[in-house]
Design a protein around this ligand. Structure first.
Ligand code: NCD
Length: 347
């Protein structure tokens, strides 16, 4: 796959426009293949994908496991509560155990920022060929979610050609707990890379002003930004100013488990100021789609009726699109390891 140089996938700050296009194109091909019953693709036959989720997950973990199975990989899943973690084994030693069993890919989720990165460095030092795919670390990054959100939006704007260019010039509003959200951070990299303007909206306690410059400097350890012209980020403190002109609205869960102090004391007030419902959405100049990475707190981030309104709420679409996006990531990682693996292997 031309231009694909990622071994481990830790965050999207290192992704070029070509990388986004490669993932979306491949995901779109996978999505259109009938894959019910025994019809799997042989691409990852003989490979072992282990899902190491040290933090709870419904969607991401099942979606990675289904994606790996659809590519014929063997799948091993790990559950912290029934594992030797409770006997004091470290995260690193847990990961090494799966490497010793021959895992080709470790999909890792952890509540602490930096764990997938540390594991990838450890594996490199040890000369292991196993690659790490970040399934969400602390408040840092959730690359597969950023990519599936991008794909969901691209499909909405241009169903026949859901590519990065379909986001060019679009105004995407992200509302809520930006501060604690790894999903917001991954979306910021992905959406601005594709030329969208991102409007962030939330109270100052959950959305510091510094987010306006989030993509202006490459993160530590990265000399340059692989994307030459990013869309800009705008901060609006009220939905009344954020929503007019929006092309899509994404709302995020209040990450109570990551709120060290009482950053939000009044949930009713939060819903009144930042909750989405049909009436609120009339502030947009047209009918716009609504996204949420899940899990949703009904009546806090959005009204239950809005979540259930399939005509504009894309939450189930996001879940559905997660599988082909993760298939694309696993496929691209495996083909980077085995350069002679061509898309013909998908037939
Ligand atoms: C998100 C996560 O875990 O970061 N969920 C997900 O992966 N779909 C968002 C959240 O937990 O709020």
């Amino acid at each position: 796959m031309s231009g694909w140089h990622h071994r481990h996938i830790i965050d999207l700050a290192t992704f070029s426009r070509e990388n986004y296009a490669a993932v979306l194109e491949l995901a779109h091909r996978f999505r259109s293949l009938p894959m019910t019953g025994a019809r799997k693709l042989p691409a990852l036959q003989g490979r072992l994908v282990a899902t190491l989720f040290f933090e709870p997950s419904t969607r991401t973990r099942s979606s990675f496991e289904l994606a790996a199975k659809r590519l014929s990989a063997d799948v091993q899943s790990f559950s912290p509560s029934s594992s030797a973690l409770s006997k004091g084994e470290s995260v690193l030693d847990t990961a090494r155990t799966y490497v010793a069993m021959g895992a080709d890919v470790l999909v890792v989720r952890h509540r602490s920022t930096g764990v997938p990165q540390q594991l990838s460095e450890d594996l490199e030092q040890a000369g292991e060929r196993t690659v790490i795919l970040n399934g969400g670390d602390g408040l840092h990054s959730h690359p597969s979610q950023g990519l599936l959100d991008l794909y969901t939006l691209a499909r909405y704007f241009d169903p026949a050609h859901p590519l990065p260019e379909s986001l060019q010039g679009k105004r995407i509003v992200i509302v809520g707990d930006i501060l604690h959200s790894r999903v917001a951070r991954s979306n910021l990299w992905a959406l601005t890379a594709c030329g969208a303007e991102v409007v962030l909206c939330g109270p100052p306690s959950l959305l510091p002003d510094a987010f306006a410059a989030f993509v202006d400097a490459p993160p530590p350890g990265q000399a340059t930004d692989p994307v030459p012209n990013r869309g800009r980020i705008v901060i609006e403190r009220s939905l009344e100013r954020a929503l007019p002109g929006a092309d899509a609205v994404m709302t995020l869960r209040l990450q109570k488990e990551r709120m060290g102090q009482q950053l939000l004391t009044d949930l009713e007030r939060y819903y009144r100021d930042f909750g989405l419902n049909h009436q609120r959405l009339r502030l947009c100049e047209r009918s716009v789609p609504v996204l949420h990475p899940g899990p949703v707190n009904r009546g806090i981030e959005m009204a239950g009726e809005l979540l259930d309104d399939k005509s504009i709420c894309l939450v189930e679409d996001q879940v559905r699109n997660g599988v082909p996006i993760r298939m694309a990531l696993l496929y691209l990682m495996a083909s980077a390891e085995t350069p002679d693996m061509t898309p013909a292997a998908m037939a």
